[in-house]
Design a protein around this ligand. Sequence first.
Ligand code: FAD
Ligand code: NAD
Length: 457
Amino acid sequence: MDYDITVIGGGPGGYESAIKAAQLGKKVCIVESTHFGGVCLNEGCIPTKTLIKTANVFQDAKTANKFAVEGVDVENIKVSMQKLQKRKNTVVSQLVNGVKALLKGNKVTIVEGKAVFVDKNTIVVGDKKITSEYFVIATGSNTFMPPFIAQEGKTNIITSKEALDLDYVPETMAIIGGGVIGVEFAYILSRLGSKVYVLELMDKILPMVDEEVSNMAKKRLSSEGTTFYTGAKVKKVSGNNVVYELKGKEEFVTADVVLMAVGRTPNTDGLNAEGIGIEFNKKAIKTDNSLRTNIPNIYAIGDVNGKVMLAHTASHEGIIAVENICGENKTISYDKIPSCIYIDPEIACIGLTEAAAKEKYKNVKVGKFPMVANGKSLVEGDTEGIFKVIIDGESNEILGVHLYGKHTTDMISEIALAMTLEATADEVIGTIHPHPTVSEAVAEAFMASVGKPINWL
Ligand code: FAD
Ligand code: NAD
């Protein structure tokens, strides 16, 4: 065999698997067809957050007066979309180059091109044949144009990929889907000046987030100008009209640009995975909790297995897959994966929602702490938000945490660690949180779940 382990795909799942495998002493090859860093670095996490940073700076500049900063010409302040694109591309290319340097530094062999399976131990990349004892498939996911939403006439439908490259701010934008992509783009475009309409099938936006938190976020985004239609089933896009059904009635909104954001689809295009007998679950490669496919020497990690389409899940799964190849028998706890939404204020959550916890457990206790009672949030000038914790009523074990407030995406790791260590509410309360920080409210919310918070009546 040419290699011990060959990783197919250089996204956050693939490149971290390759580095881990090399660190464990394996002879490793990575094959990437388009650009290292995958969707995350090139057309996902990093570019969206770069746009979000500018949306936040723009808002801070417009409201500088509130913080006693004078002289900002609020009437004429504007964002240069060309300069924003340039900054986004610089950030992306710096990170992509960093990935290549890390791979080379760890002595991973890089092969550029598209991998196609020949058999369970062989792929071809162009005219190059590569044999390997093990394979880790990390081919990610693609944008999705749903067949159940018809298209009529001349439409202007884009996906998140094109939305990231916009060099102008559309006057009006309709977003189909109020999931994470829909809500983050609604936030970006609305703050940059578009009139945004979001059409969501379910009766709430961000279906994975606790309802109380997602309702608060919806109210906040609505107050900033985004119009939400929930319970709205989009049926077709006809020219500039997005036609949806709401409470049995057909309605439409008209927009210059339509963003399709109803999910993504696992990518195995041209890989010939079916051809060598790999089993699928719809479009996703089927794996067990150890990331093994039905073929013992082939693992599948990240978006392509369709379990939890997040970058940190892909990386974590990749490391577990490689460790299992090296003789461990590890599994991943899908109930302890944090999920973050980078609007302002931010949402960060992990574990069960209150409704899901009450379905699963007999005795559930809920604790809440409002940001209006948090000193640092007041200093930051934004007291919107709430920290909500859900614990088991008998053991005080943490079941779910939903944070809506400033800096929460940097705070959720504390809860992920606590849940990994199977800590209880009492142990989080017994942990000293620095003052003044928004993180103090984490302890206060847990105090509320077992009795009373100190800084709220
Ligand atoms: P990918 O990143 O998709 O990488 C797969 C790689 O495989 C690609 O580079 C592709 O070119 C390559 N490839 C495919 N087929 C072959 C082949 N046959 N041969 C060789 N190479 C191949 N997640 C978060 O956690 N946080 C966020 O803030 C976040 N924001 C997002 C924003 C947007 C707009 C989008 C679209 C996604 C976002 N995500 C976010 C999701 C995140 O990008 C994905 O979960 C993550 O990229 C998945 O990583 P992966 O390694 O599985 O696959
Ligand atoms: P999603 O599954 O989060 O949301 C899609 C939404 O579209 C759902 O709420 C669904 O109810 C709705 N929908 C489906 N059919 C519809 C119809 N006919 N009419 C109206 N609404 C309809 O998918 P997404 O937002 O496209 O994101 C894709 C993936 O990318 C997700 O897995 C997400 O985790 C990942 N992502 C993560 C981040 C982050 O972590 N911050 C950011 C962006 C994307």
